[in-house]
Design a protein around this ligand. Structure first.
Ligand code: FEO
Length: 409
């Protein structure tokens, strides 16, 4: 059941988190399988003569959200709504909020955000919209709010809001992750350790297509000095970072750059009748002999891993091995889908070994090779052969694995 959690994060200034814990969602953006769920975080900043709402929640949970908001403040007394990013997981409740607010609040966002709000919710919603530029500051309730654009993290409208005197960053998508953490903030290291893989999965599936902009944006914020000095980083999903705030942006930077974990090799393959699998067993055996740690995802007639989980493994891999059957003169459909998503969402400079098996004509290996050579990945070798692997095939596979390992070290 979807629940809400509300907590006061600090007293001076008074800041509350209103977190909607969505455990009913199955596919984020109707695409990414997330049985772990997600949270949508909004923040209320109560100041002298002003109440500022930072982002909202998904339309489905508007009633739950307004119910909690009303316990903290009369919605009519909200003076400003900051829209760091207008994707409807954060802005869906806006029309109902504006009605409850009597359209008194001034909305604040980038020019792109204004455009999107008008498109999503109509002209009425943007009647009182203040467009802010990169670096612009507004004085609200005795505090300075600085707006810093971070385009493509996640949409062109995206910005963060920096509460200057208190050194607090409101990041929306920047700093977010999947799952419903047990705690509100990062004070429990065990919770953080369990949570971080869901951050990687979130980054790659949602923002991965723009991952170079993650690195650029974090660098921009670092140069401004605000990552180092931040006392809190409060994202629109997942944990609030109050104990070690810069950790989450440094983590984002590493995922954006695809910094590998030592010895991790991602192995993905399909096997309809065991011919690819026989080859992959040789590959995995050779990888282990060379001290590597293969992480294996396989599609068979008994299992089909979620592509969203595979995507979450790519940034931290040193190298990839992709195994595929030829299927109707194409790449097997499961690997084709997984590969196209990897190339779109997790396109990193990492070495790739391709392994193929076929019955009467090898096509999959060649087609994967074409896709890989057109991407940022480095093509190491393609070893493709017919039916059961021969001794000669085995020798070629082991040699190709040695080449892959050399390439990645
Ligand atoms: Fe969480 Fe891009 O929205």
């Amino acid at each position: 059941m979807v629940k809400t959690r509300v907590e006061k994060l600090c007293t001076d200034p008074e800041i509350y988190i209103i977190r909607v814990d969505d455990d009913e969602i199955k596919y984020f953006e109707a695409a990414w399988y997330i049985p772990e769920g997600i949270t949508y975080n909004a923040y209320l900043v109560k100041l002298d003569g002003a109440n500022v709402l930072v982002d909202l929640t998904k339309a489905d949970y508007t009633d739950l959200f307004l119910e909690e908001l009303k316990k903290l403040v009369d919605p009519k007394e909200i003076t400003h709504v900051i829209l760091n990013h207008t994707e409807p997981d954060h802005s869906g409740a806006l029309p109902a909020f504006l009605e409850a607010n009597g359209h008194r609040a001034q909305l604040i966002g980038t020019a792109f955000a204004r455009n999107l709000v008008e498109g999503f919710y109509g002209k009425e919603a943007v009647k009182n919209f203040k467009v802010v530029k990169d670096g612009e500051e507004l004085s609200i309730g005795g505090k300075t709010f600085r707006f810093i654009t971070i385009p493509w993290v996640h949409w062109p409208d995206s910005m963060i809001t920096y509460l200057v005197e208190d050194k607090i960053i409101f990041g929306c998508d920047a700093g977010g992750g999947y799952s419903i953490p047990e705690t509100i903030d990062d004070s429990d290291e065990e919770v953080v350790k369990r949570y971080l893989p869901y951050v990687t999965k979130y980054i790659v599936t949602v923002i991965g297509h723009y991952h170079k902009y993650i690195v650029q944006s974090i660098n921009k914020l670092k140069k401004l000095g605000i990552v180092e000095e931040a006392k809190m980083i409060l994202p629109g999903h997942g944990l609030a970072w109050c104990k070690n705030p810069k950790r989450i942006f440094e983590f984002y930077e590493r995922v954006g750059a695809g910094v590998p974990e030592k010895d991790k090799v991602l192995v993905i393959y399909d096997s309809m009748y065991g011919f690819v699998e026989r080859r992959m067993k040789i590959v995995i055996d050779e990888l282990k002999k060379l001290g590597k740690k293969p992480v294996v995802y396989r599609f068979t007639d008994k299992e089909a891993p979620a592509v969203s989980d595979i995507l979450g493994e790519v940034p931290s891999a040193e190298a990839l091995v992709i195994g595929a059957s030829t299927y109707e003169a194409e790449i097997h459909p499961t690997i084709r889908y997984a590969l196209l998503e990897i190339l779109d969402k997790a396109n990193y400079e990492k070495p790739v070994l391709i392994v193929g098996a076929y019955g009467w004509g090898g096509v999959a290996g060649r087609k994967i090779e074409t896709l890989i050579t057109r991407s940022k990945f480095d093509h190491v070798a393609t070893i493709e052969s017919k039916g059961m692997p021969t001794e000669e095939d085995e020798a070629k596979l082991r040699e190709a694995v040695r080449k892959l390992v050399e390439w990645s070290s």
